[in-house]
Design a binder for this molecule. Structure first.
Ligand code: ADP
Ligand code: MG
Length: 441
């Protein structure tokens, strides 16, 4: 596969060659022909996968081949980015990729004086890279017009939402011509991003690029101490905060499984269960929906999950520790396969200290503890290690009920989001591996 075979014109090929790019990255292979055809595109791809060239090269080509000369104060392509650093960086990429083409590109962002930006826009700009807030300022002052706009690019759309640009974005969208090409790039397809895509994109090609594989197989295992009653709340919090993607969750009992699935569904998160009370066909259906990406969180008991063919998952969560220590090993074996990295996170309450110690003895390791701010337990989880010391201690008498404090209802965590699991998440999503070549930066 070469850049030339993707249909790029000579002045662009010359620029790429000078940069030393030899083969297009997977996201570029998908994006370049699609954008050249004028089709909308939605791509989930981590940083460093070559997205910028994926949209910039075909965009430059379309601008040179189609459409009128840019009029004063007009822009023909608009690239929205979350930060000024990224605005500069993307603008620089346009400059380098388009160095042999007679097109103008420019970046505008806040925190600097607006007047030079207004001056610069007077002549008209082919590719304007902008942060949403400053763009709106310029628009309100009639320094920029969108009637010539052919293409809108949203780069790092998820970060723009995280940074609270939703309102500004809506205002920008409302000002743009409806007939246009729209390209959306995001590290994750959260519900908010999907919603945005639904409103903005027309029959987009969806692609997903998985992260480059880590060199060695490794499952990083750690635990979060938490009060028993707050586990659900903590799980919802982590799902949102850590942008967890697809998760396989293990709970101790059927009842526990059902309760967690209920809480997740109440928050609008696609969750399903696998446990012994379910007939086999409905278990298999749940599993299939999880594999197809329709279900984001699959909650299972050990018995039901054993022997199921669930291959590589980025994340396994032990909502409860297993009664039998060996089950812990089976659980975490669901992740980190085939050279990929995996994470296994255990939510551990004081009641489970014996189970924890047994696991640490069996696996000959001390699981590292990471306190989650806001969830520091009232009931401390005693220190354990691989020596099994705590196993020999006599059980302390239980505190009377009245002393147990703190547990609230699950908080109003927002809808979850998922991130770079190796599985395609959307129907008709095509998966491509990250490109192997080391990148600078
Ligand atoms: P992303 O936007 O996905 O984070 P960038 O577009 O910033 O990625 O590209 C990351 C790095 O990879 C940049 O240094 C870029 O010059 C380089 N790069 C992009 N495409 C290729 C390619 N086909 N071959 C080699 N390097 C590339
Ligand atoms: Mg980028």
């Amino acid at each position: 596969m070469t850049f030339a075979s993707l249909g790029l014109i000579e002045p662009l090929l010359r620029a790429i060659e000078a940069l030393g790019y030899q083969t297009p990255s997977p996201v570029q292979v998908e994006a370049i022909p699609t954008v050249l055809k004028g089709r909308d595109l939605m791509a989930a791809a981590q940083t460093g996968t070559g997205k910028t060239a994926g949209f910039a090269l075909p965009l430059l080509q379309r601008l040179i081949q189609e459409g009128p000369q840019v009029a004063s104060n007009s822009v023909r392509a608009l690239v929205l980015v979350p930060t000024r650093e990224l605005a500069e960086q993307v603008n620089e990429s346009f400059r380098v990729y388009g160095q042999h083409l007679p097109l103008r590109n420019y970046a505008v962002y806040g925190g600097v004086s607006i007047n030079p930006q207004m001056m610069k826009l007077r002549k008209g700009i082919d590719v304007l890279v902008a942060t949403p807030g400053r763009l709106l300022d310029l628009y309100r002052q009639n320094a920029v017009k969108f009637n010539q706009l052919q293409t809108l690019v949203l780069d790092e759309a998820d970060r723009m939402l995280d940074l609270g640009f939703a309102r500004e974005l809506d205002e920008v969208f409302a000002a743009l011509p409806r007939r246009r090409q729209t390209l959306l790039f995001s590290a994750t397809f959260s519900d908010a991003i999907r919603q945005m895509a639904k409103e903005l994109l027309r029959d987009p090609l969806s692609i997903e690029v998985s992260p480059r594989n880590a060199a060695a197989k490794s499952v990083s295992q750690w635990l979060i101490p938490v009060d028993k009653k707050r586990k659900t709340e903590l799980f919802l919090h982590l799902l949102e905060e850590r942008r967890w993607g697809q998760v396989l969750v293990f709970a101790k009992t059927r009842k526990g499984v059902d309760q967690l699935v209920e809480s997740l569904q109440a928050e609008g998160i696609a969750a399903d269960s696998i446990h012994g009370d379910k007939p086999q066909p409905s278990r298999l259906r749940a599993l299939q929906r999880f594999k197809d990406g329709e279900v984001k969180v699959l909650v299972a008991t050990d018995v039901a999950a054993r022997g199921l063919d669930i291959d590589d998952l980025p994340l396994v969560v032990n909502f409860d520790l297993p009664i039998v220590a060996e089950d812990y090993v089976h659980r975490i074996g669901r992740t980190g396969r085939a050279g990929a990295t995996g994470e296994a996170v255990s939510l551990v309450c004081a009641d489970e200290v014996q189970l924890l110690a047994a696991i640490e003895v069996l696996t000959r390791q001390t699981l590292s503890r990471r306190d989650e701010p806001g969830f520091i337990p009232d009931h401390r989880v005693p220190q354990t290690d691989a020596s099994g010391q705590v196993l020999k201690k006599p059980k302390k008498p239980k505190k009377p009920k009245e002393f147990q404090s703190g547990a609230g209802k699950p908080g109003k965590a927002k809808l979850g989001s998922w991130i770079d699991s190796d599985k395609p998440k959307v129907k008709a999503v095509r998966k491509a591996p990250g490109f192997g070549k080391a990148n600078k930066g």
